[in-house]
Unconditional design. Structure first.
Length: 438
């Protein structure tokens, strides 16, 4: 039996070799052509990204922030205005064009908590106007890149790091727990979901750093189709293909002929248009399923952004501990629900390689771990969705709407009492009218 199988495999192999030997002069140019296309697009994309002029802005929040995260949702809605359409194939192939993006960052360093936004220089006025419109007492100033204060390569002999990207655990239409869940009418009972993160950051010791990066890129309405399909599936809507003009003509003719033959003994019948029974089908859903359906519809009703949440914890080699890393990961658990969506660590980016000897994933563990740490640190410094090296790593696309973004990134309310939260020291005012000047 084994000999028969081996002979069959060898026979198939010989046939394949013969086909290749005869047709290689056709296959090889085809393969090289597609490789050339991929390399050219990659090269043009790298050149386009390198030409973008960026500016890093530090946002100092006012002493009193009484507005809810709804204000930050309005800021993200304003930023979505840079989306017009996706670059067409000509722009991609000849210019390497890609949609511009923003990076919002929370930085904890030796107990200090800072907020930054890295934006294309051409969009600086847009983001400043959007923030001042909602937080008129905030201060926005151009800042030095804090990542440049550390060596270009980490880990090294002095520093070590932990890093990972957070992605959605389920399909994009399922929402995470938004800020509305944490709000109450009574201020004393109001919760701020970001307080757990700022509290950890404000208690960091010297040389400890926690960096959180929220990369967002506006997207069109294409992602909503997935949500509409999910909604229709939950409501048990049957999608029927339209018959078209000729299909309806032949169907009508068939019904006419049938009625003509049976008209002598039976009253003619004509098909009626099916009435929608969505209400009846909705009524069959349980209360929990109804809540999920409403949440899905609410998510796809708002603007969407392709999003990456990147987390890095840095400390010196001799004092490195995972305690603060676990605290941040735990803080993101509060946005998760069992019946809707969760935030989980992307296994492709997490700086962890199993030490189990019974799997090939543990082979060359130290080299793999060092490579992952270097890669995620470089991605953070460059504020990139993925590496611009070739080939580009395919990743799960995570879409947040404006409400979800405002939940995970907003300026803390006054009730958040992190001891070293960097707020504006004094309130600025306009000079009195009629002030004499030289």
């Amino acid at each position: 039996m084994l000999e028969t199988v081996m002979n069959a495999v060898l026979g198939i192999g010989n046939i394949a070799l013969r086909i290749i030997s005869v047709s290689w002069w056709i296959l090889l140019p085809l393969i090289l052509f597609f490789v050339f296309i991929e390399l050219r697009v990659w090269k043009k994309k790298v050149e386009f990204i390198k030409k973008i002029k960026w500016v890093l802005l530090e946002i100092k929040i006012p002493q009193e922030v009484l507005k809810t995260p709804k204000a930050m949702e309005n800021v993200f809605s304003a930023l979505h205005s840079i989306y017009v359409k996706n670059p067409d194939w000509e722009d991609v192939f000849f210019k390497g064009e890609t949609l511009l993006w923003f990076s919002f960052e929370m930085v904890g360093n030796a107990g200090q908590v800072h907020f930054f936004a890295r934006v294309p220089e051409i969009n600086r006025n847009l983001i400043e106007s959007a923030i001042y419109a909602e937080y008129p007492d905030a201060e926005i100033n151009q800042a030095e890149d804090y990542t440049s204060l550390l060596p270009e390569v980490i880990p090294n002999d002095i520093y070590d790091l932990w890093g990972n990207d957070f992605i959605l655990g389920k399909e994009n239409p399922y929402p995470i727990k938004s800020y509305e869940y944490f709000e109450t009418l009574t201020e004393e009972r109001r919760l701020d979901p970001i307080s757990a993160i700022t509290e950890v950051m404000s208690r960091l010791k010297e040389d400890e750093m926690i960096w959180l990066q929220f990369l967002i890129k506006p997207v069109g309405d294409g992602w909503k189709k997935e949500g509409e399909d999910l909604r229709d599936k939950m409501m048990q809507r049957e999608k029927k293909k339209k018959a078209g003009f000729f299909g309806e003509l032949f169907d009508g003719l068939a019904v006419f002929i049938k009625n003509l033959f049976v008209a002598a003994v039976e009253h003619p019948t004509w098909p009626e248009k099916e009435k929608s029974s969505d209400k009846e089908k909705t009524g069959r859903l349980s209360p929990g399923e109804t809540d999920v359906l409403k949440a899905v519809e609410n998510k796809i009703s708002k603007f969407g952004f392709e999003t990456i949440i990147r987390f890095i914890y840095i400390d010196k080699q001799n004092s490195f501990t995972r305690a603060n890393m676990a605290a941040i990961v735990g803080a993101f658990k509060q946005f998760s629900t069992q019946n809707m969506n969760t935030l989980k660590m992307d296994s492709n980016t997490t700086t962890y390689i199993t030490s189990s000897k019974f799997t090939t994933r543990s082979w060359f563990r130290k080299k793999k771990l060092y490579s992952r740490k270097r890669k995620i640190f470089q991605l953070y410094r460059d504020r990139l969705f993925s590496g611009i090296g070739f080939p580009i790593h395919e990743r799960k696309l995570t879409i947040f709407n404006t409400e979800e973004l405002a939940t995970v990134f907003h300026f803390p309310l006054t009730i958040v009492e992190a001891p070293k939260l960097h707020r504006v020291g004094t309130r600025k005012g306009e000079p009195p009218p009629g002030l004499p000047v030289e």
